[in-house]
Ligand binder design. Structure first.
Ligand SMILES: NC(=O)c1ccc[n+]([C@@H]2O[C@H](COP(=O)([O-])OP(=O)(O)OC[C@H]3O[C@@H](n4cnc5c(N)ncnc54)[C@H](OP(=O)(O)O)[C@@H]3O)[C@@H](O)[C@H]2O)c1
Length: 238
């Protein structure tokens, strides 16, 4: 249904209950419904958005911890869970945005059988036993880019990594990075990748959960192998 500026409509939110340890459960979140007036206050330079698609990301689990790594801001119990998404501008007092604009906001055993010549470059997303197996199979002067360690996010105590001496023996270069240091390159990324998607040269897979009510289950599912492809929650298609 089309949203009309000035109308009062219901506004659903997924609320974070409280910090916890272990695997996330749907009951760690709850849904509330309030009302919101679809109008930016007179004289304000604010922007009123209607969420269309929301992203479910493993990092959201990290933000549900009482203590978070430097540079992260954890969720506040009793407040909505926030994340990335695509939204439509409904009303705007900001010169850069107008109504109708779309905006983007903010296991395995690996062994030498599979890598007979060793691994040159490893993009780390899992951690734990996988990283240990990879270290043993890295080549001399190999490189490891550390993006994430999803196998560790639900553990009270992180697993130890046993084979770190391989960094020394094999002169391996291992460096972590976070996406926030590279946001300035995002427009360039879109310029490069969007044409390839349009030409069908890059395909992507999405796992779409319908409605904000399905958000908690979609987030919990990231850690139990339920999603196939990027987990997205669709709130509205227009
Ligand atoms: N450095 C950064 O700035 C940055 C930014 C974004 C994401 N990341 C990291 O990138 C990684 C992937 O995240 P994503 O956003 O692309 O989401 P994603 O691919 O949807 O990640 C979730 C997937 O991880 C797999 N998984 C869950 N628990 C696992 C475990 N214990 N062992 C092995 N695999 C497991 C599941 O795959 P299956 O269904 O196949 O089991 C699940 O579908 C995560 O480690 C995340 O923290 C880092």
């Amino acid at each position: 249904m089309a949203s009309v500026v000035g109308e009062e409509v219901s506004n659903k939110q997924v609320i974070f209950k409280d910090y916890f340890t272990g695997f996330p459960k749907e009951s760690d979140m709850y849904l509330t419904t309030s009302t919101i007036k679809l109008k930016v206050p007179e004289g304000s330079n604010g922007v009123l958005l209607k969420n269309l698609y929301l992203s479910c990301d493993p990092v959201m689990r990290i933000l549900m911890q009482r203590v978070v790594p430097k540079g992260f801001s954890n969720y506040t119990p009793g407040s909505p869970i926030n994340g990335y998404g695509v939204a439509k501008v409904l009303d705007s007092g900001h010169p850069d945005f107008k109504a109708g604009d779309l905006v983007l906001y903010d296991g395995v055993t690996i062994n030498s059988l599979y890598f007979p010549e060793g691994i040159d470059i490893y993009f780390e997303n899992v951690g734990g036993e996988t990283l240990d197996a990879v270290l043993l199979n890295m080549r001399d002067h190999g490189r490891i880019a550390v993006c994430g360690m999803i196998s560790q996010y639900n553990l009270d105590q992180p697993e130890g990594v046993k084979n770190l001496m391989c960094l020394v023996y094999k002169c391996i270069h291992m460096t972590g990075f976070t996406v926030r240091d590279y946001y300035h390159l995002y427009p360039k990324f879109l310029d490069t990748v969007l044409p390839y998607i349009k030409e069908g040269k890059i395909a992507y897979v999405e796992d779409i959960a319908e409605g904000l009510e399905s958000g908690p289950a979609a987030l919990v599912g990231l850690f139990s192998g339920r999603n196939i492809g990027k987990q997205v929650v669709v709130i509205a298609r227009e």
